[in-house]
Design a protein around this ligand. Sequence first.
Ligand code: HAM
Length: 426
Amino acid sequence: MAEATSAFRAPKGTNDLLPPDSWRWREVMELAMGKVFPAAGYAPIETPIFEHTEVFERGVGAGSEVVGKQMYTFPDRAGRSLTLRPEGTAPVMRALLEHRLERGPLPVKLAYASPMFRQERPQKGRYRQFWQLGIEAIGSDHPATDAEVIEIGFRYLVRTGVTPTLLLNSIGHLERSCRGGYLETLAVYLRDRVDDLAPEDRGRIDTNPLRTFDSKEQATRLVMDEAPVISDHLCDACAKHFDEVRSLLTDLGIEFTLDPRLVRGLDYYTRTAFEYVAGGLGSQNAVGGGGRYDGLSESLGGPPLPGIGFALGVDRIVLASGDREGGAVGSPVAVYVVALGTEAGRAALRLATELRRRDIGVDLDLMGRAMRGQMRDAVRSGATWAAIIGQQELESKEVTLKHLAGGEQRRVAVDRVAEIVLEGES
Ligand code: HAM
């Protein structure tokens, strides 16, 4: 092969997902979108990769870090401001409202597996293009919805091999009797200690005091350790809702850790807020997070429609669930056809095509390799069987079918190969 290295590199913070790792990635995606999510009634949704910028400004909140500092926003040729989506919840709500899905049975249950874009400082587990798996249940404020959603994310993560810890909090609703009043209390507390806060956090007292809980600055963190917490200031209705969510989770055998300082980074959250964290990821230890967003529909101009959901970071799940054995995990190749000579090569392509028409995964040599090279490729492909065609097999319309793991082999008629392979799979 010629030595040619392109001068181009993928943009900073983006990843090329290459085999064999891409198999693991596919497996993780399919477990969610093909099994766990639909089995609980969540139907797939795809929204555009870009939206009108206002969807995020109004939906997620212009004061959040994600909207204020991390969005890829650009004018199109007609001068409209578009944004590569940094998250999936606001677009899903926009689509639901646009297509009036709330007129159907409630809650509307939707699931997505999509790339998201945030211009963050890249590091392990934090990228500028990353994939999220998410579900949203929209139209119910019943605590059973919270418990259902949280349990699905937890069980899915366990099945991928991640051992999640569930952090749980309630951040109340926006009225003065609840979070509204609490924010005033928090602002008073912070104003009293403004000199102890890290300088970059001081401006938040008046704009978004809750965000000071997310600060990475040591000085601010010390102040926040003593700060009043929202869970002590919930109104009766929010406190009751949260009690019920905890009790239902306990009922389902889901362990959680109450974290009164968990506030989440997006402005649409109300009431239940949660995160799944996992070891082995360094500082980016959140494999997923979510919560209620009971006011999101209205901030996009829709009717009152309470909702709850989560998003899980696929890149982080793959990192946290560790390496699996065998390069070709998930490879769907069941048979590798090995051919000796030109005539056998034609028969090999014919056999491969016949098997593929019956949905059997087949690969074969396309480089004219010698027998040894083809057998090595057969093993590498992850196939269960090698179907070998030489001169003798050609003449008798047979193949030598070799079980690659066990080593045993036998001659079988070409037109019986499919039957034998399918029998072995069932
Ligand atoms: P989020 O906490 O911003 O929530 O993101 C959810 C998950 O996406 C994170 O826990 C993390 O695993 C992954 N993630 C976020 N940013 C990055 C990044 N730069 N690189 C790699 N992975 C990342 C949301 O996005 C909400 N929409 C979740 C939600 C759905 N809430 C209600 N429904």
